[in-house]
Design a protein around this ligand. Structure first.
Ligand code: KG4
Ligand code: ZN
Length: 385
């Protein structure tokens, strides 16, 4: 079967076509087409993601990304199609709040044949509500015109499955598994007793770890998104072996007997070190490295505690922050040294940040939830696992 998947929860507009052969979780997957457009250059000018801007850009980019994915898959078939007045009216109502998208999509429908896809998977949360709605309404419109069922997907489940994904199949999962989700909006410890069986056992009490990277970068005058910038400076400080800040940056909640973390104290500590100072390049690099070290240590310590407490057999790291080399290395070292029997799953770098392939995987896991009745399908910015 072939899944069309759609992701618009934050600042990437993504559409993918994934073929699944066999049943979840033992299926073989083939990525047939992948359209991904990052809005980062646009958001960089504002220093962060504004929901209204993200929404506008998704509305512009969805049809081109759909075309790109279909073309890559060899499934883009041009043909003049006449739309009934009734369906055109229905599409305009569905896309009432996205007039640009309505125009582009109706034009697309009038010039292209229905592709041979079996289901549409779409992120319906968590994320920025206005951005999510564009993707959800797009999916509903495709479903209405092509008569194809829709599967709502939780973005965080997508991150989990993209970490377990090994190019054409899902890697070994022994339960219970512990998933540590680290992104721009989330820092969560999730206990999985099975696929689709989640219990959140800890989270951040304030900022998400990706947000802390982004804010620290901003304090250092670095562009959005800050994660890669901090990582780049930190690598320089390590290569040059620059001496650390004294006193060292704090490790908030390192020793609390739970699985919660907090990054606002670390952020504040960084602020007091850099406020009103003209830092040299090396001084900036030291702040970046010491921040990265502090954040890494907190995650490692809490993950160690959670692994021991839950007796997890598998550790999954998911979300955009898993692109961070220092964090990846630290987790690989932790597992090798202290939990050699545990399976560690880290996403390929290209799949660590938001994409639609992960949404297709999650859609496949939830095929039973597919429905052509999309009336009650809503975006939910605060959706949890
Ligand atoms: O999962 P994601 O693409 O979007 C959300 O769902 O939030 O994660 C984006 C976050 C941003 O905060 C970004 O700064 C961070 O991931 N990030 C990194 C790195 N690459 C991206 N953080 C640290 N080091 C990186 N190399
Ligand atoms: Zn994400």
């Amino acid at each position: 079967m072939i899944l069309l998947s759609i992701e618009t929860s934050c600042d990437e507009t993504a559409v993918a076509l994934v073929e699944a052969t066999g049943d979840f979780p033992h299926a073989k997957y083939r990525v047939l087409g992948n359209g991904l457009l990052s809005q980062i250059d646009i958001h960089r000018e504002f220093g962060g993601v504004f929901p209204a801007v993200a929404k506008r850009e998704h509305a512009k980019a969805l049809v081109p990304m759909l075309e790109k994915a279909l073309r890559e898959a060899g499934m883009l078939s041009e043909k003049e199609i006449s739309l009934s007045e009734e369906i055109e009216k229905q599409l305009n109502i569905l896309l009432e709040r996205e007039p640009t998208l309505a125009e582009l999509l109706i034009e697309f429908f009038k010039t292209h044949e229905r592709p041979a896809i079996n289901a549409i998977a779409v992120t319906n949360g968590p994320g920025l509500a206005p951005a999510l709605w564009v993707g959800v309404n797009f999916a509903r419109a495709l479903s209405a015109h092509w008569n194809i069922p829709v599967i709502p997907v939780n973005h965080m489940e997508g991150h989990i499955l993209s970490s377990v994904f090994e190019g054409d199949h899902l890697g070994t999962m022994h339960f219970p598994a512990l998933a540590l989700l680290i992104s721009g909006g989330h820092t969560e410890f999730v206990l999985m007793r099975d696929f689709a069986d989640y219990e959140k056992i800890g989270s951040t009490l304030d900022d998400a770890v990706g947000e802390a990277f982004d804010k620290t970068a901003r304090m250092l005058g670095l562009p959005y998104p800050g994660g890669p910038e901090i990582a780049r400076l930190a690598a320089h400080a390590r290569a040059e072996n620059l001496p650390p800040l004294l006193p060292p940056l704090p490790r908030p909640m390192l020793h609390t007997p739970d699985f919660n973390v907090s990054f606002s104290g670390l952020k504040t500590a960084v602020r007091t070190r850099v406020l009103d100072k003209e830092l040299t390049d090396d001084e900036q690099a030291v702040v970046a490295r010491d921040f990265e070290d502090a954040a890494t240590e907190v995650l490692i310590k809490k993950a160690t505690r959670a692994l021991a407490h839950t007796n997890a057999q598998t550790l999954i790291l998911g979300g955009g922050v898993t692109a961070n080399t220092n964090i990846r290395n630290a987790f690989e070292a932790l597992v090798a040294k202290e939990f050699p029997d545990i399976n560690l799953h880290l996403p390929d770098r290209e799949l660590s940040t938001d994409n639609a392939i992960m949404i297709a995987l999650s859609g496949h896991a939830r095929l039973a939830e597919a429905s052509t009745n999309t009336e009650n399908l809503v975006a939910n910015g605060g959706l949890s696992l």
